[in-house]
Design a protein. Sequence first.
Length: 338
Amino acid sequence: MSTEAKLVCRNVWKIFGAGARDAVRDASKKPTADDLARAGLVGAVRDVNLEVRTGEIFVIMGLSGSGKSTLVRCLSRLIEPTSGEILFNGENLLSASEERMIEIRRHQMGMVFQHFALLPHLSVLDNVAFPLEVQGIDRQKREERARRMVELVGLAGKEKAFPRQLSGGQQQRVGIARSLAVEPELWFLDEPFSALDPLIRREMQDEFIRLQSVLKKTIVFITHDFDEAIRLADRIAIMKDGEIVQAGTPEELVLAPATDYVAEFTRNVARAKVIRVASIMRPYEEPLPPVTIRANATVAEAAPLFVTAGDILGVIDRDGQPIGQLRRSDVVDVLMGG
């Protein structure tokens, strides 16, 4: 994951109601939710600032009505923000013409929503190839790319099936393959698994993690499920009443909540699910133990390895180089709430 920002939001507002632009015209005054309500306005997104880095999964979460889905639609200008700046690869999208935005959405952005919106009269292959047809790509090339995407999401052999012949999880895989067919730089997913049964949802999360390990996309993922967020996210932003109240790694949110709201939001999260091995490992000592784990793994992932590893695990970086050691006693401390 790069530290370079792919998408930057600066002071983004989305206010519904007559006179919305006047409410935020004076940059030195930031209206509160009560100010907006007295003026008969609704602040769906209020003064949002964030950066999404190249190659990361950035999760935006909050309860229903917190503004997360409105925000993600503002990021792609499916909803027009009231004010602010949205920079994509340094280009301010709020200054782009509608023709330019159509070009960006067709060629550089992918979108997956909760409702699959597959075209019922088209086969799996044709559904996946549809955005490429819109781009004007010839039939042979678009079907070739669509077949690769169908195989990538694990649906090889289903190319001729119609949506009605697929399970909910399979339909969502088609939706994912379709959004990936345009080979987007930036991928938006708005509660893509929330309509699925719990077991299928877990399987789709596993599939999503596998896809990201291969594709390394820049992803903005919307969810209201904190367990899903901590499983998938590099960083998380928590929204409340249209504002981002805290953004950081799952570990930072659980161990250092910035507000009482964030503390309550994360109160029931098992610490072992968010604390990374790197946070509690000790300095490396030779020789490297035979059983190893990556530094970015969670303590919960490390714990079962001690069944065969004895008292010490070797800790390695992304390149497989030894950087530390993890002791059973330290893991037990975390599991017991220490």
